[in-house]
Design a protein around this ligand. Structure first.
Ligand SMILES: [Zn+2]
Ligand SMILES: [Zn+2]
Length: 132
């Protein structure tokens, strides 16, 4: 590997690490905008295009999950095997993962139908907003 290429690869790795670190450390899904702001603190000058590219690759490789909810920009969180849903604060638009799911959603289904998948989103005001 040439020295120049070595530094390009190293720099790209640093950018990628910064993006993944932001997503990992937060513990809740973040919008691309927030990830750009925080990744820029870890890796100044990283730029939106790099963050978007890194996120896209991480979603494709299964390291990061893209959370798409109605009325909100896509959010990103570290992929886990746990089935979970989200709480959305209607005031600050932050997402928080919820633990677990409801038992027996199939009770709600129309007679004779079968559930394949589901989404549950709870909207409200988060504790930070309520304290203000
Ligand atoms: Zn809030
Ligand atoms: Zn569920």
């Amino acid at each position: 590997m040439s020295t120049e290429l070595f530094y390009v690869v190293k720099y790209r790795t640093r950018q990628r690490d910064a993006v993944l670190r932001v997503v990992t450390e937060e513990g809740k899904p973040l919008s691309a905008q927030k990830i750009i702001e925080r990744a820029d603190q870890l890796c100044p000058g990283i730029g939106a295009a790099t963050v978007f590219r890194t996120l896209k690759q991480a979603v494709e490789s299964g390291e990061v999950s893209k959370v798409e909810l109605p009325g909100l920009a896509p959010h990103y969180e570290i992929a886990t095997a746990d089935h979970h849903h989200f709480f959305v604060c209607e005031n600050c638009h932050e997402l928080q993962p919820l633990e677990g799911c409801l038992d027996d959603l199939s009770k709600l289904l129309p007679i004779g139908s079968r559930m394949k998948h589901h989404e549950i989103v709870i909207f409200g005001e988060c504790s930070n907003c309520l304290e203000r």
